[in-house]
Design a protein around this ligand. Structure first.
Ligand SMILES: [Zn+2]
Length: 280
């Protein structure tokens, strides 16, 4: 791919204060021959995701205004998800489950599809179809899980009552036969220690049992957002950090209870770290 052959160009516009405070910066910015931005510290698999142009209404260097968090609702291997995304015409960053590493397969300053029908109230306007203003970050994770009835059939756990009363094992969707909805013979439950139980709706979180992001995934996600805030000085997580369940609440439950905090609290946590990083 292009970026391998080009001269790696360190980002010169990084505020001086960060260079002094964090010399061992997690990521650097690389610019390819076509002006595409690549993360120096990210894994770059040998495939390219489809992009559809420059971000709309960018306020800084062609970078997207918003970051949108997702989980894949899958087994969590980045390369498998990216191969499928390439076939389906999607583009997003991906955080691998086995390693916790960040994978990049499209330039940071070109938008690709990841959110579908979506809307968000911003600066007094209802924005629609957020993909062309936001960078998608998919975290490899089974997401919301299902229970099982005594007869082996899949049991939806999506209301406070159902979640509160359920005491059995919980499984990802791929543990069930897609037609009969019967639990597969070799299916393994997600261990209780790896799940988070949300009984009552809370901000973006809908009731359910969710597979948690791993500690390594949480760290990678946070590092990336903080790095992003360092290259885009007007990035404000309280306004610009989104999740799929915020912008498509009727049809999506990611990131839900897979992320360590409800999104409103997570935004505040990130905002405090950015303040520290920006020196105030
Ligand atoms: Zn999503």
């Amino acid at each position: 791919m292009d970026f391998i052959s080009v001269l790696f160009k360190r980002d010169k516009e990084r505020p001086e204060i960060e260079v002094q405070q964090k010399p061992d910066y997690v990521y650097g910015l690389i610019t390819d021959k076509k002006g595409g931005f690549w993360l120096e510290g990210a894994e770059k698999p040998n495939l390219l995701l489809k992009t559809r142009g420059n971000y709309k209404h960018s306020t800084h260097r062609g970078l997207p205004t918003f970051l949108t968090l997702h989980y894949t609702a899958g087994r969590g291997k980045a390369i498998d998800t990216l191969i499928r995304a390439q076939a389906n015409g999607y583009a997003f960053l991906m955080i691998d489950k086995p390693t916790g590493k960040l994978f990049q397969a499209h330039p940071l300053n070109r938008w690709g599809s990841h959110s579908g029908k979506s809307e968000y109230l911003y600066e007094g306007k209802k924005l629609k179809w957020l993909s062309n203003r936001s960078l998608g970050i998919e975290v490899g994770c089974a997401g919301r899980l299902s229970g099982v009835y005594d007869n082996g059939k899949m049991r939806y756990l999506d209301t406070p009552d159902r979640v509160e009363k359920y005491t059995g094992e919980v499984y990802p969707w791929y543990a069930f036969n897609p037609t009969t909805k019967l639990l597969l013979g070799n299916a393994k439950p997600i261990p209780k220690s790896r799940t988070r139980k949300i009984i009552f709706p809370e901000f973006n979180r809908q009731p359910g049992f969710y597979e948690k992001f791993t500690a390594a995934q949480e760290k990678t996600l946070e590092d990336f957002i903080l790095w992003y805030a360092s290259i885009k000085p007007d990035f404000d997580p309280l306004l610009h950090l989104l999740s799929h369940d915020i912008i498509s609440p009727d049809r999506k439950s990611d990131v839900g209870g897979s992320l360590s905090l409800p999104l409103d609290e997570y935004r505040i946590k990130i905002a405090n770290k950015i303040k520290e990083q920006r020196g105030f």
